[in-house]
Design a protein around this ligand. Structure first.
Ligand code: HEM
Length: 193
């Protein structure tokens, strides 16, 4: 009968546990690709939690937040100043042409964070492709991203919008004043850390 062991008896909890462990082991390490993906996941989780340790970014209780940035459009060059390495620890990240102040997420994006490659950069391509190092130094028009990648990055952008303050638009050099930053005020108070 289905669900019974060879002896006809119901499997004991111990048999269940060992088969669960071997199933999980097979999934995690069953092929070289799975082993590599498991190692990457473990490394990212390690980096996320290590970011909270004293050797990582300043502990939350001693970190003094810089004042909110006035809303304005910024170029890649200005954005690169907000990589979390300056004294004030400010981190800005651009996604789909919008710049967010992600200082509250410095454990992710700060110098010791798992996603530090996004700090002071346009993270659109990285988030669209799920490749943390896919960030360009130069202007990226994202025109080669697939519809699936675009919808994935749009979901990320919604999350950023809920969590972080919008500073303005990411614009090309010389186009800073062509379009004013969105005037809509964003309250820092109602966004959770
Ligand atoms: C491979 C396995 C991965 C694991 C296990 C993993 C795990 C996690 C965990 C545990 C968090 C913290 C969630 C929280 O505390 O709110 C997180 C946050 C995040 N992950 Fe990953 N991640 C992985 C891959 C990636 C990749 C490939 C990307 C993008 C290229 C990515 C982008 C992010 C971002 C942007 C955040 C922070 C979101 C925020 O600002 O709140 N992750 N991840």
């Amino acid at each position: 009968m289905e669900g019974l062991s060879e002896s006809g008896a119901l499997p004991t909890p111990i048999e269940d546990d060992s088969s669960l462990v071997s199933t999980i082991t097979a999934v995690l390490f069953g092929s070289p690709v799975n082993t590599v993906l498991t190692a990457i996941c473990a490394y990212l989780v390690y980096r996320i939690f290590k970011g909270n340790s004293p050797s990582g970014a300043a502990p939350a209780e001693s970190f003094k937040y810089p004042p909110p940035l006035p809303k304005h459009n910024m170029t890649l060059k200005e954005l690169s100043n907000y990589d979390g390495k300056a004294d004030d620890g400010r981190v800005c990240v651009a996604i789909l042409g919008k710049v967010y102040d992600c200082t509250k997420g410095r454990r992710f994006y700060g110098p010791d964070g798992p996603y530090c490659t996004f700090a002071g950069r346009d993270a659109t391509r990285a988030l669209a492709t799920f490749e943390v190092n896919a960030v360009k130094e130069e202007w990226d028009d994202h025109s080669d991203l697939t519809p699936t990648q675009m919808s994935s990055v749009q979901e990320w952008e919604m999350q950023f919008g809920e969590r972080y303050d919008l500073v303005g638009k990411l614009v090309k050099e010389g186009e800073e004043n062509e379009e004013e930053a969105d005037d809509e005020e964003v309250s820092t108070a109602d966004k959770t850390e």
